[in-house]
Design a protein around this ligand. Structure first.
Ligand SMILES: Cc1cc2nc3c(=O)[nH]c(=O)nc-3n(C[C@H](O)[C@H](O)[C@H](O)COP(=O)(O)O)c2cc1C
Length: 387
């Protein structure tokens, strides 16, 4: 007798029986660009646009990247980098690298744990996490996670509310206050306007809206509900006298975020601030504003070592951090990259972004002949000429 024909390994017409299929290990991201792609693949299109977008024609958004790409570093050699370290200090406190997580609003849009996942990842990576005024998780919960937590303040229209919020952050245990000064109102984010972008019910501005759905939840066919809500909440009348008021009100280090002009940097010094963030809000406010990295050197020149100068807008890897340090920054903030990590993988995704940045910075320092961050500040950086 002949044997019956052998069953072919097939499962309901598939070439491979899925019960026997061992999927390959997911490939870990090798760069922040990989994480960006992963986030784009999982986020609903309108949420992706809210994160990725800039204002107007997005000229400043694009220029932030182009400006970094135009810069080149002149590496040093033969300087024993076997014990190269990214350790640094920010606002006088030790950090594992000179990078902080920037304030990014409404993170529960990106992941159910929202800001709590980001704060846990920042703590594990040894870098500060900045809580937005428009956080979807309250500051007390985030400060309770531990690590170094900073609070970003928007000046609210209602009298006294901004100072109350500053006190609330201080009482919760935040280590610094960061007043954002480039948002008299939200820049025209055309993607959000076209999408009629509104918050879903489960995402709230935890420090502002205690009651039922706010303006931010009431979408219209044409117009951003989030921009309308911000316009109602934030004061466009902010001046240097408010900075002085805040300085007198808090014992915490005070940081001004959103300065590009050297005269404004000098005003800030006179107002007693401890640090500046040279920033164009990631290209989300004035479209046509100078790329932050192009504004940095002049600001550093006028303030000297009288206050710390940080930078954000367009940092996408370790070599960008190196360039900012070489131009005199004490460190940088990253906004979108941790948000991509959060969308793609929750706490673990944010941790991957911060670990990648740390590995890349260490690599860049060593290859540039620097044992540490202080030596990076001595490097020459220019437009590719010999300098
Ligand atoms: C989705 C999103 C929300 C943001 N929310 C805030 C905010 O609430 N407060 C603030 O000061 N900056 C906010 N920013 C600006 C960031 O703090 C930071 O300045 C900017 O993202 C840096 O540029 P980068 O994204 O290229 O790193 C936000 C940015 C994004 C992308």
């Amino acid at each position: 007798m002949t044997d019956p024909p052998k069953q072919k390994s097939s499962f309901r017409g598939l070439a491979v029986d899925p019960r026997e299929w061992n999927p390959p290990e997911p490939v870990p991201p090798r760069s922040l660009d990989d994480v960006e792609r992963a986030a784009a693949a999982v986020l609903p299109p309108d949420v992706w646009d809210f994160v990725a977008g800039g204002s107007g024609r997005e000229r400043t958004l694009a220029a932030n990247r182009a400006a970094f790409d135009r810069l080149f570093v002149r590496p040093r050699v033969l300087r024993d980098v076997s014990r190269c370290t990214t350790d640094a200090t920010l606002l006088g406190r030790p950090v594992r690298m000179p990078v902080a997580v920037a304030p990014v609003a409404y993170q529960r849009l990106l992941h159910p744990d929202g800001e709590a996942a980001s704060a846990r990842a920042a703590k594990a990576a040894g870098v500060p996490f900045t809580v937005s005024t428009l956080s979807s998780v309250p500051v007390e919960e985030l400060a309770g996670i531990g690590g170094s937590v900073w609070f970003q303040l928007y000046w609210l229209r209602e009298d006294g509310r901004a100072l109350e919020l500053a006190r609330r952050a201080e009482d919760a245990g935040c280590e610094a206050l960061m007043l954002t000064v480039d948002v008299p109102w939200m820049g025209r984010r055309l993607r959000d306007e076209r999408n009629g972008f509104a918050l879903p019910d489960h995402v709230r501005a935890a420090h502002l809206d205690a009651g039922p759905a706010s303006t931010a939840h009431r979408g219209t066919a044409h117009g951003s509900a989030v921009a309308a809500h911000t316009g109602q909440a934030l004061s466009p009348a902010l001046t240097w006298s408010h900075v002085a008021e805040l300085r007198a009100h808090t014992r915490l280090p005070l940081v001004l975020k959103g300065v590009l002009d050297p005269q404004d940097a000098l005003h800030a010094l006179e107002s007693g601030v401890d640090a500046l963030v040279v920033s164009n809000h990631g290209g989300r406010q004035l479209d046509g504003a100078l790329p932050s990295v192009d504004a940095l050197a002049r600001v550093v020149e006028v303030v000297g070592d009288r206050c710390e100068v940080l930078l954000d807008s367009g940092v996408r890897g370790g070599t960008d951090v190196l360039k900012a340090l070489a131009l005199g920054a004490s460190g940088v903030l990253v906004g979108r990259p941790p948000a991509w990590g959060l969308a793609a993988g929750g706490e673990n995704g944010v941790r991957q972004v911060l670990d990648l940045l740390s590995e890349e910075l260490r690599d860049a320092l060593g290859l540039a002949g620097c044992q540490n961050v202080a030596e990076a500040r001595e490097l020459y950086v220019g437009m590719g000429r010999t300098g």
